[in-house]
Design a protein around this ligand. Structure first.
Ligand code: SER
Length: 584
């Protein structure tokens, strides 16, 4: 089945079962708390909460859609085997019409009877945060003959809320095997039982806000069309499906597979964003569009003046999708492309001229060229040749992250004078209660950094951190994803240090002497002549962790209590981001 047929079969299947087929909403959502549409359920938020009436609007309590979606969270991973920014999500939804039994039975029937694919295993919610284990879903799967039912935690199988508040609930996911023998999650079935009056971060961070039961529970399901096509077509990656193969044929053959994937992904994203009215700019969704367009322009520039990959590929994208998405508008897409290309080529050339004047390009000068001329790291590295030999991505990204830290701290000082009791740029607390929590999280952050170094190696270094009463967020340089086992080791190590109730102290030392102690510090930071070195342990020499730091910290690590790592993700090339929370 080609992807157009799969999309059609999906919508047909649910139509036959009493669902109203609703067109995809725009990539620009109505909901002001969300930048772009990232899931099929977004246009239906108000039907779950009862603010709107599905029967009145759709003639049914149940709907189905193929939704254009765009996620920026994985933008730096695009180029590998599985990540995309733009993708399509097939989904069926119910707003008080049916619940677990029907939702699971429909999904099972569609996968096994219509698509004729075996299910490798499914997951259910193991229970936490006051929500019970989903034994009901397990029983339904078992009754359908699926016995490999795995329990997962809140990070993986609890959806939502999207934006600053909304419906959410436990999920059950379906995994199928691809031609490489890997089990891939293809369908996420969400049971929206709750409304959460805050963000997902607040929910995971154990904020005081409570889950509220929705008056009638709903169903929200999402299945990536690209992944389903990969499994159905028996190909090893999404890029081998019919959705991408034709596009790749138009690219110069001297570019490698990774480049092809990035160009195809970004070109698809750009076509859909522009058609939904987004225009390149320096903020919000306009900036996302600008970033992907500029990346494409650099690819073209590198391939040579005569190469016009985007103009070749855009008509194919519009041609392949116009049946399903009649809003795609080739003329507008090309007009916007030409405008941005003309504009950026000018600065690109000026920037290259400026680049020519620099003898040795280091992270700082590279970052300045990026800021003034929008020259991305790749082109600086390539065009700089010998002179950019010392430049590496880690330093560049560190400069970037550091700069963001400075501007964020500055912005908060400027706009954040709204009664914060503490605002060091890194730590924020509005009252004494929050201050106590961020102090515990601050010491946690020091332990976390040292634990990461113990587990991953001392080449990792801090790229930024941000601590609120909800959680600590720690960015560090590292070239790959941290595995679940490594995360578990880091978490265990942190909790060991907490259990040992080690003393936390500081010593004030002249800067040079402080550096000799082996304490960690930011290379680029301008430190005063005399600095405080905070250390965890009996003495500075034998300390588990030592860092240049202004405090505040707890006196003994036992005050922190159990710590949980809730998320690890990429936040820029070569930079990982970890979030940890206090369990009590
Ligand atoms: N909202 C869920 C998801 O995006 C299911 O549709 O995965």
């Amino acid at each position: 089945m080609n992807s157009n047929q799969i999309r059609k079969q999906f919508l047909e299947f649910f139509k036959m079962r009493g669902h109203a087929v609703v067109p995809s909403s725009s990539l620009v959502p109505d909901d002001p708390s969300v930048l772009l549409t990232t899931a099929g359920m977004q246009q239906f938020k108000k039907y779950y909460t009862g603010e709107a009436d599905a029967l009145k609007d759709f003639g049914s309590l149940n709907t189905a859609s193929a939704q254009k979606s765009f996620r920026t969270s994985d933008i730096d991973e695009v180029g590998d085997e599985s990540h995309l920014t733009f993708f399509e999500m097939l989904g069926n939804f119910s707003f008080g019409g049916y619940f677990k039994t029907e939702a699971i039975t429909y999904a099972h029937e569609f996968i096994t009877s219509v698509m004729k694919l075996p299910i490798s295993y499914v997951t259910i919610f193991g229970g936490s945060h006051g929500v019970v284990k989903d034994e009901e879903s397990r029983a339904i799967w078992n009754s359908l003959g699926i016995t490999d039912v795995r329990e997962e935690g809140i990070d993986d199988v609890f959806w939502g809320p999207t934006g600053s508040s909304g419906p959410c609930g436990p999920t059950t996911e379906i995994y199928c095997r691809n031609s490489m023998g890997q089990d891939i999650e293809i369908w996420n079935i969400v049971f929206n039982e709750f409304f959460y009056p805050g963000s997902r971060e607040e929910l995971l961070g154990g904020s005081d806000k409570k889950l509220q039961r929705l008056s009638s529970p709903g169903v929200d399901t999402g299945m990536g069309l690209e992944r389903l096509a990969m499994i159905a077509q028996g190909v090893p990656t999404i890029f081998d499906t019919d959705l991408f193969r034709d596009l790749f044929d138009t690219f110069p053959s001297e570019l490698d597979e990774r480049d092809h994937r990035i160009i195809a992904d970004h070109a698809r994203g750009a076509c859909f964003l522009i058609s939904d009215g987004v225009r390149p700019s320096n903020k919000d969704r306009g900036y996302i569009l600008r970033k992907i367009l500029r990346r494409l322009i650099v690819f073209e520039h590198r391939a040579g003046e005569a190469i016009n990959m985007f103009r070749a590929v855009a008509p194919l994208i519009v041609g392949a999708y116009h049946g399903a998405y009649p809003d795609l508008h080739l003329d507008t897409i090309l007009i916007e492309w030409d405008k941005e290309k003309a504009k950026f080529l000018k600065t690109l050339k000026l920037g290259l001229k400026e680049l020519g004047k620099i003898d040795a390009i280091d992270a700082r000068s590279a970052f300045r060229l990026y800021e003034s001329y929008g020259l991305p790291y790749e082109i600086l590295k390539e065009m700089g040749g010998e002179r950019a030999k010392a430049l590496n991505r880690i330093d560049f990204e560190r400069e970037f992250a550091h700069h963001q830290e400075i501007s964020r701290a500055g912005a908060e000082k400027k706009f954040g004078g709204h009664g914060l009791l503490l605002d060091t740029g890194e730590l924020k607390a509005k009252d004494a209660q929050e201050l106590a929590i961020v102090t515990r999280l601050h010491t946690t952050t020091h332990i976390l950094q040292q634990a990461l170094r113990s587990v991953l190696g001392t080449e990792i270094s801090q790229a930024g951190s941000d601590i609120t009463a909800e959680r600590t967020r720690f960015d560090f340089t590292f070239h790959r994803k941290v595995t679940p086992d490594e995360i578990a080791s880091v978490e265990t190590l942190i909790n060991e240090v907490v259990r040992k109730d080690m003393p936390v102290s500081f010593q004030e030392l002249p800067k040079e002497e402080a550096q000799k102690t082996g304490a960690l510090y930011f290379f680029r930071e301008k430190y005063p002549d005399c600095v405080k070195v905070y250390y965890i342990g009996e003495s500075l020499d034998s300390a588990f962790s030592k860092e240049f730091c202004g405090g505040p910290h707890v006196r003994h690590t036992g005050e922190i209590g159990p710590v949980k790592i809730i998320k690890e993700e990429s936040c820029g090339a070569g930079i990982r981001r970890i979030r940890a929370v206090l369990a009590h």
